[in-house]
Design a protein around this ligand. Structure first.
Ligand code: GUN
Length: 292
């Protein structure tokens, strides 16, 4: 059994980007600048955005955090988005999700300039991705593909079962895994909360990508021997005995499922760090496109 070490691979990717940024600096070029918009004080979002900004500093990117109050109106947020679209200093930016209930998420994502949409959430980028055209690929699915590629996991002709149909993970990863090209060419089944007899489907999977957000959902009796497990679930479970008052766990019952798996991502330290690395990669790509 091999652990797919997202922490290690994400550090490799960040090191590679650091080298490129150092060269940019040497040549007196502008370095990539990533901005993040955070509305409200959701604990997990604060952690993710903080981590993204810290990673930028570490690899030599410029970064800007725009932290708006929970009471920010949709109009105010759209104004902020417009300002980022027209600011030539910003190469790419993200609007951290989820947004407060009173803001129409779709409307905000539609307002992001597709050329700065390093999250790959704008319909233009999503459509281009689905049509095999050059685009920004959402960071989590991009990270999963990169992890599979760097560990040489065979995907060609394999049956990949995706659990979850979210716009951020399930839907895009189902598209990427079925596409032509390296680390793809797989046969994909996408499953969700209305799927009947899910276990009969997951038992037939060569690769399982679980993006459900239910701790310990995937049990050993739901998978076959030699399965490749990609656990995208990140759930905070309250636990007063821990310093932070919670611990992080995935969708997969790691202890038992890892006994049957050929490859498995841990949580934490699997897909999570890859997401940040690929967001940085997308920002580097955005910078290069703006220079070209
Ligand atoms: N919320 C959870 N994952 C993500 C992500 O990848 N990007 C943004 N913007 N928000 C998220």
């Amino acid at each position: 059994m091999e652990i797919l070490d997202g922490k290690k691979i994400s550090n490799d990717i960040k090191d590679e980007i650091t080298v490129v940024v150092s060269k940019m600096k040497e040549h007196g070029e502008k370095v990539p600048h990533l901005a993040a918009v955070l509305v409200g004080t959701d604990g997990a979002s604060l952690t993710y955005v903080g981590s993204k900004v810290r990673s930028c500093k570490k690899i030599g990117f410029e970064s800007t955090l725009i932290h708006l109050s929970e009471e920010t109106t949709e109009e105010e947020l759209l104004k902020q988005v417009d300002a980022l679209n027209t600011n030539p200093d910003i190469d790419g930016y993200i609007v951290q999700l989820p947004l407060p209930k009173h803001i129409d998420e779709q409307k905000v994502l539609m307002a992001v300039d597709p050329d700065k949409d390093v999250d790959g959430f704008h319909p233009t980028n999503f459509g281009k991705m689905a049509l095999d055209m050059e685009s920004f690929i959402p960071a989590t699915p991009f990270g999963i593909m990169e992890l599979l590629r760097r560990y040489d996991v065979e995907t060609e002709g394999m049956h990949t079962v995706v659990i979850g149909r979210s716009h951020i993970v399930g839907r895009p990863i189902s598209i990427l895994m079925s596409q032509k090209g390296k680390a793809a060419n797989s046969t994909v089944t996408i499953t969700h909360s209305r799927t009947k007899d899910l276990a009969s489907i997951t038992r037939n999977a060569d690769i399982i990508v679980s993006a459900l957000g239910v701790p310990d959902f995937l049990k050993a009796d739901m998978v076959k021997d030699g399965v490749v497990i990609i656990d995208v679930g990140i759930t905070r479970v309250p636990d007063e005995s821990r310093e932070k008052g919670y611990y992080i766990t995935g969708d997969v019952d790691f202890k038992d499922v890892s006994k049957k798996a050929s490859h498995i991502t841990p949580v934490p330290g699997g897909v999570g760090p890859m997401t940040i690395a690929m967001l940085l990669k997308n920002t580097l790509i955005a910078r290069a496109r703006h220079t070209a």
